[in-house]
Design a protein around this ligand. Structure first.
Ligand code: GLN
Length: 276
């Protein structure tokens, strides 16, 4: 069977974005980029390659997210490695990065802290688009920190981005920053079991669970952020669609000019404020 045929046959077995997912699987297995997939469409696929694609399809049909199966994804037009145990970067989260880019200037230096960094997608993207930013990534999970370190190297920002393990509910860095960003766990504990199979059965609950009311991390970070931010520094959170007014209320004590920003679907997605 030739490669283009393998893509078509694989697509027939898949249900969500079948052609896209089939192409992604074949590209990963045969080690091809999009152009090569077209150019080498008439090359024969080996038995081993067909077998590997078949295994991927079986995993996908059980509900495992494509990004864990192929081990990578795209975020802010950059490539990130993904791995079980670490939340998959979401396109919604690009709203948070875009907002930080709006607030910053290409030619200025910034010290940035990304709390609950996961893959590192937020902090690494900021470093990529703001070449003078120095970024620290924090996460409680060893798997996340190791993955974030691989993503730092993948994106060639290892001179300015550093990843460290930290339990932010217990401790915090003693350095000063200009910008603190976080997409923390924010789902209410009781809601997690109602989420789709891809999320509740495959993604780490540690990265999702924001406690009984979903707000534990917002309270904690809004409380410690003023100690780490220079005056006029920025705190920006990703939030759930129904958390805007609650997080705004939490931030009021130490922040002003607080804005709630919507994502491309029209849901409240980011809250950003300036330290008093
Ligand atoms: N900050 C990471 C992301 O946006 C991880 C978020 C999390 O683990 N809650 O993907």
């Amino acid at each position: 069977m030739v490669i283009s045929q393998l893509v078509r046959e694989t697509a027939k077995r898949l249900s969500e974005n079948p052609l896209f997912e089939a192409e992604q699987m074949v590209m990963a297995v045969c080690n091809l980029d999009r152009t090569e997939l077209v150019l080498k469409g008439r090359n024969e696929a080996s038995e081993e390659e067909k077998e590997k694609v078949n295994d991927m399809v079986l995993r996908r049909l059980k509900g495992e997210p494509l990004q864990y199966i192929i081990g990578e994804c795209e975020f802010m037009s950059l490539k990130f490695y993904t791995e079980r145990g670490v939340l998959i970067p979401r396109s919604d989260t690009e709203t948070l990065v875009e907002k930080i880019l709006d607030f910053t200037d290409e030619n200025k230096e910034y010290k940035v802290l990304d709390i609950c960094t996961g893959t590192g997608c937020i902090g690494i993207s900021i470093a990529n688009y703001r070449k003078k930013a120095e970024v620290k990534l924090l996460d409680i999970s060893d798997i996340a920190i190791n993955l974030a370190k691989r993503n730092i190297i993948l994106n060639n920002v290892n001179d300015r981005v550093f990843a460290e393990k930290e339990d932010i509910l217990k401790d915090y860095p003693k350095d000063k920053y200009d910008i603190i960003v976080s997409n923390p766990p924010y789902i209410e504990s009781d809601v997690i079991d109602t989420l789709q199979v891809e999320v509740k059965d495959y993604e780490p609950h540690l990265a999702l669970d924001g406690g009984k009311d979903g707000l534990i991390f917002y309270r904690r970070i809004a409380d410690i952020a003023p100690k780490m931010l220079n005056v006029g520094g920025i705190l920006a959170f990703e939030i759930g669609y129904n958390q805007g007014s609650k997080v705004l209320e939490i931030m009021k004590k130490s922040f002003y000019n607080i804005q709630i920003i919507k994502d491309l679907c029209g849901n409240d997605r980011v809250v950003i404020g300036i330290r008093r």
